[in-house]
Write a protein that binds this ligand. Structure first.
Ligand SMILES: *Cc1c(COP(=O)(O)O)cnc(C)c1O
Length: 378
């Protein structure tokens, strides 16, 4: 196998069987209704609300517009929001697009999520909301966060882009807080090519969200807010319906990958992994390992380069931290001193390939290259 032309990628999109997709396309061509809350859009909202166990879901064209719209839905503007630096940049960008200043709070090493013990000291009279991320699909301490929010009269928006289908004690985590956002990007566990959703808890809020994602129209001739175009089309809705049929199988295959890594990499000097919580149903969206440069045979960055040279594409999610990107560096809470845990994790993380198509031979190859100082391989 030519490893340069056929590298092992960090993820691979779950694609519906093409032959199953064609009849859907023929039907869409027949209907001649290709976007604007069409037949498949409605079917996918219904199917997702059942699959995820959430009462109200609004589909979006990607996972970033729902974040923008979440602020608008809850009336959060011209204020501060407490958020995590350890995420994909869209989380904080969404605040800036709403004229909201992100205030960075450090994370908990056990989950990679916002540390509830550090939230209260960051609250000011200008704080209106908390924007945590269930990073890698690890559930946040939603109970502790809600207690702080209630005490201080704050809204909670969960960026649940990684948390498709994740449950705690058998119950979805997507109805915690005031609103949750999902991403169905090609790189996520469940994808609609590009896509996303907002999850809310009442019909009135869903109607408001649906008007905000449709320019702010509340009827044919009324605009009441400056909304945006966040609509999902029929083609991707149909694709999404088909992918829902295979998602459980894909997650089971990811789980196997995670188990292989866990077994092979436990008790290795210089590698740490998250501990699994037995009350959580995971979606195995990522497999991060954390490298101690002093204890492991090589550094995180050299391991990353080495793997790539051998056709294994790992990713340093989330390095650099959002707080270290140019648009955010000037914010006082973005300093390294304020975020020691997040900086340490960003400097040591490496996400290994995990997806539904990886086979045991490839996994063996990845593990051996991670562990073997002499170049690995078998
Ligand atoms: C992927 C992702 C997003 C953005 O989703 P898109 O669908 O790519 O716009 C937002 N937040 C997090 C944490 C993500 O990983």
């Amino acid at each position: 196998m030519d490893i340069q032309e056929n590298p092992i990628t960090v993820t691979s999109p779950l694609l519906p069987p093409l032959k199953d997709f064609i009849p859907y396309l023929e039907d869409i061509w027949q209907r001649k209704w290709i976007t604007n809350n069409g037949h498949y859009h409605q079917l996918l909202e219904k199917a997702l609300s059942e699959y995820l166990g959430v009462p109200y879901i609004s589909l979006f064209t990607n996972g970033t517009i729902p974040l923008l719209t979440a602020f608008q839905t809850l009336g959060i503007k011209d204020c501060e929001v407490i958020t995590t630096p350890y995420s994909f940049v869209a989380t904080s960008n969404a605040a800036i697009w709403n004229d909201v200043k992100p205030i960075f709070v450090d994370i908990d090493e056990k989950t990679g999520n916002l540390d509830p013990n550090k939230i209260e000291e960051a609250i000011t009279p200008r704080t209106k909301a908390i924007l945590p991320v269930h990073v890698y699909g690890n559930p946040c301490d939603t109970k502790a966060i809600q207690e702080i929010a209630d005490k201080h009269g704050l809204k909670v928006i969960y960026d649940a882009a990684h948390a498709f289908g994740v449950k705690k004690d058998g119950k979805t985590i997507l109805t915690d807080g005031d609103i949750s956002t999902l991403s169905f990007h090609a790189t996520k566990t469940y994808n609609t090519v590009e896509g996303g959703a907002l999850i809310c808890k009442d019909e009135k809020t869903k109607a408001y969200i649906d008007s905000l994602k449709n320019f702010g129209y509340t009827s044919e001739i009324y605009i009441t807010e400056t909304g945006i175009n966040g609509k999902m089309d029929e083609i991707r809705s149909a694709y999404g319906l088909l992918n829902l049929q295979n998602i459980d199988d894909a997650i089971a295959k990811r789980k196997h990958v995670a188990e292989v890594y866990r077994k092979a990499l436990k008790n290795i000097d210089g590698i740490t992994m998250f501990e699994e919580n037995s009350s959580v149903t995971y979606n195995y969206s990522y497999f991060p390992i954390f490298i101690d440069n002093k204890k492991f045979w090589t550094t995180r960055d050299d391991l990353f380069i080495n793997l790539r040279a051998n056709g294994i594409l790992s990713r340093r999610y989330f390095y650099p931290l959002i707080s270290n990107f140019k648009p955010y560096q000037h914010i006082p809470s973005a300093s390294r001193e304020n975020l020691p845990v997040a900086n340490k994790m960003a400097d040591s993380v490496l996400c290994l390939p995990i997806h539904h198509l990886l086979n045991d031979e490839q996994l063996k190859r990845i593990v051996s290259f991670v562990m073997n100082p002499n170049g690995g391989g078998t």
